[in-house]
Design a protein around this ligand. Structure first.
Ligand code: R5P
Length: 300
């Protein structure tokens, strides 16, 4: 396989200019608004339509799954207080079964992207040693709209984490529940465009219905090469204008939304930030317009 040259995960580099991803050429669609999902069953389409707004095609997920690894992290000390405050401004709750069952009223009736991994914490030597901790029956019981499972490509845990993902996809497919594959970046893992190009495509080809990954240079090529929708992770906290610019560029480059945590719930005004991100994701606002809105709206 000649094309293997330079594709090892440790390779930090830009995406090879000689490749043609046909950026700007839309993916083939028939009657469904979610990329690559024309041929899935009605139940899965129903769940995907709860996640991806049929009008904008995009989604604003609120990631608050951090506690399963980090415990009571800053901004999420009390899920029962912060999550209800943000509920009306976001589209999807992305959290753990423990966090959601205990702290998110089911009466909100919002779709859930359920984090199913377990097995390590910040106290572990390797945070990437994970298994799937949630049975599909429990996910069904919670009426989730998708499973979220991460993979650690290029690490000693690659095989196990890809098995975790494949198990989730197999179980979800049996019941019409999509799986979001998350391209994890551990402490020592490279975050190069080449890595994300490889990782997003690998997870999609394994059958993930949605990919969560990080925004990077050459993102439009990564989106073009990925046959399913991509949502970007928020990552570490940035100044709000920079976080909004990242979200704006991701949407302009073809992402179908964001799954943002700390940049929302650790903002000076999380609710204003969620609304500002929403403007970009659903209303075609620029980063500048969203930032002006944030400054005008945030509590003085
Ligand atoms: C990523 O693998 C997990 O979903 C994280 O817990 C979550 O994405 C973190 O969100 P953020 O980086 O936006 O705080």
């Amino acid at each position: 396989m000649a094309d293997m040259d330079g594709l090892k995960t440790g390779n930090t580099g830009a995406i090879d200019d000689s490749k043609d991803f046909h950026v700007g050429v839309p993916a083939g669609k028939t009657n469904f608004h979610v990329k690559g999902m024309d041929n899935v069953d009605w139940g899965m389409k129903d769940r995907l339509s709860r996640i991806f707004n049929p009008k904008s095609g995009n989604t604003l997920m609120l990631a608050f799954d951090h506690g399963y690894i980090m415990g009571a992290t800053t901004g999420l000390e009390r899920l029962d207080i912060i999550i209800p405050q943000l509920a009306e401004d976001i589209d999807v709750f992305m959290g753990t079964r423990g966090g959601i069952r205990t702290c998110v009223p089911p009466t909100f009736n919002k779709p859930v992207a359920l984090r199913i991994n377990a097995g390590s914490t910040v106290l572990s030597a390797d945070v990437n040693k994970e298994v799937n901790g949630v049975d599909i029956e429990d996910a069904i019981r919670m009426n989730v709209s998708c499973l979220a499972c991460q993979s650690f490509l290029g690490t000693d845990e690659e095989r196990q984490s890809l098995k975790n993902l494949s198990d989730a996809i197999n179980a979800g497919n049996r019941y019409g529940i999509p799986t979001m594959g998350v391209t994890a970046v551990g402490k020592n893992m490279v975050r190069s465009p080449k890595f994300f190009l490889l990782a997003t495509r690998v997870l999609a080809e394994l059958g993930a219905h949605i990919i969560k990954t990080y925004y990077c240079e050459g993102f439009e090529k990564i989106v073009a090469a990925c046959p399913v929708p991509i949502v970007i992770a928020g990552g570490k906290v940035l100044p709000p204008d920079q976080a909004l610019t990242m979200a704006y560029h991701a949407i302009c480059d073809g992402a179908n939304g964001v799954d943002m945590g700390r940049n929302i719930f650790q903002a000076d005004d999380p609710k204003a930030m969620a609304k500002a991100v929403r403007m970009i994701v659903h209303e075609g606002a620029t980063d500048k317009e969203a930032y002006e809105f944030y400054l005008d709206t945030k509590k003085k």
